[in-house]
Design a protein around this ligand. Structure first.
Ligand code: SAH
Length: 252
């Protein structure tokens, strides 16, 4: 399981690059696979975004027949991606799959790439939530949004929208406005690390759901998150390490 990072090859770790070069077969969602250069003696098996279980089974089957098989994910394979799908398949699949050597090669996940574009919004306690209700009920997502916002977490939102779910991100913003001040900083990071990268800093009251698409990661600040305006430069967004009411840590 190999993480490709958010896009640009310079975000691919040397470890991931080495693992990719060694693979005889590479499985993945077609648009992620398109980022992997085709090498001699290496066969690519692209599949659709939604076919994660079938892709995991096909790759494990291939490995069980003796192949050196890579499965690629954008960002990190363990964050809303293929590594969990592969573990699910191993747990419920044939005994032979448990005997396979498996390795998880981490990648830079979208929330870290977006955060690095604008400062340190994840500088203190944060959580990550996928807004996709393909694999969980929307009511559960609402409960988690309520809990995360009221507990003071900065929230990274993956999968804010899809063609099948055009309204959910708008609903999520409405929900968050019930817990957080209108001035709460919100960051939209789109296609970060790719040529069409776009990063926008706004506030919770001004945040427009239409500005997010499937390639967007949204960071909603906490009550502590701040914006530093800078002359002639883009603003910095950060969440201070100390929270009011907390004892100040003194480092040596
Ligand atoms: N495993 C991936 C996440 C897959 S879920 C990772 O670790 O990053 C897909 C979601 O990730 C997208 O809907 C979007 O919210 C986010 N995403 C992936 N790549 C991105 C990028 N380059 N810029 C901004 N968001 C991205």
């Amino acid at each position: 399981m190999i993480g490709l990072g958010p896009g640009d090859p310079r975000y691919l770790t040397p470890d991931a690059d080495e693992a990719l070069r060694a693979a005889e077969a590479v499985y993945g969602y077609s648009s992620y696979l398109a980022r992997v250069p085709t090498r001699r003696h290496q066969v690519h098996y692209p599949s659709d975004n939604r076919e994660e279980a079938a892709r995991a089974a096909a790759a494990l089957d291939h490995a069980a027949r003796g192949g050196n098989v890579a499965i690629v994910s954008g960002g990190d394979p363990g964050v809303f991606a293929m590594a969990a799908a592969v573990c699910e398949a191993i747990e419920s699949g044939p005994e032979a799959w448990r005997a396979l050597d498996v390795a998880f090669v981490p990648g830079i996940t979208a929330m870290l790439a977006v955060a690095a574009c604008i400062g340190a919004p994840l500088g203190h306690d944060f959580c990550a939530l996928s807004l996709s209700d393909n694999l969980k009920p929307w009511e559960l997502i609402e409960r988690r949004l309520d809990a995360a916002a009221s507990a003071g977490f900065v929230i990274a939102l993956y999968n804010p929208v899809s063609r099948a779910r055009p309204r959910q991100f708008g609903n999520a913003l409405t929900r968050l406005r019930q817990h957080l001040p209108a001035s709460t900083p919100v960051v939209f990071g789109r296609a970060v690390g790719r040529p069409d990268e776009r990063v926008e800093v706004t506030t919770l009251d001004a945040a427009d759901a239409k500005n997010a698409d499937m390639a967007t990661l949204v960071i909603v600040g906490s009550r502590e998150t701040r914006v530093i305006a800078r002359p002639g430069k883009s603003p910095l967004v950060y969440t201070p390490r100390a929270t009011p009411g907390a004892a100040v840590e003194v480092s040596a």
